[in-house]
Write a protein that binds this ligand. Sequence first.
Ligand SMILES: [Zn+2]
Length: 228
Amino acid sequence: MDGSTTPTSAPVLILLGPPGAGKGTQARMLEERFGLVQLSTGDLLRAAVANGTDAGKQAKAVMEAGDLVSDDIVIAILRDRLTDADCVRGVILDGFPRTTVQAEALDTLLAENGQRINAAISLDVDDAAMVDRISGRFTCGTCGEGYHDSFKAPKTQGQCDKCQGTDFRRRADDTAETVAARLDAYHAQTAPLIAFYDAQGALARVDAMGAIDDIALELGAIVTTATA
Ligand SMILES: [Zn+2]
């Protein structure tokens, strides 16, 4: 937090994946296994504002004015955060960079620190299967039990297995149309970043449609290789 630029070779990973790809779950597993710290843009901003750092004060003023925090401020906050002791074993960036301009600024920052992007890992999904998976979800409004049209329908149609309740709920933003739109927006935003890191030779792709443990194994192997 003192703004010093202690050179460090701590690994930097980027995790890319659409909503529903299990990014949060996988990031937590990587934190536990490798001692990495997950840094999400929202958390970074909140912490910097709460700690009252110079960049945090700038971010607070911008947000209070209802504006978006600039790339320069986010980079300044990240610069401070990367020098914190808990980041010594490496970090997983989540939600940053979102654009190739941000990715270039990040490369410059990391170069100052003697760091680099060790791997940008894309959790790849099958869009049609994701739409089925997410849009089929519903829950019992009485006991909260989760169900799915295709994978876990109630044994008696219209009645909860657990509490015999008949009041089922679906999230309004889990319809096939909204899920498809979220995926389209994700691909549109992420495609340039995928190309950027592919050109650097830093891109790794993981099939995120399989079992959580299988995905974790594959990710672990990628991280082990990328940080060796
Ligand atoms: Zn129930």
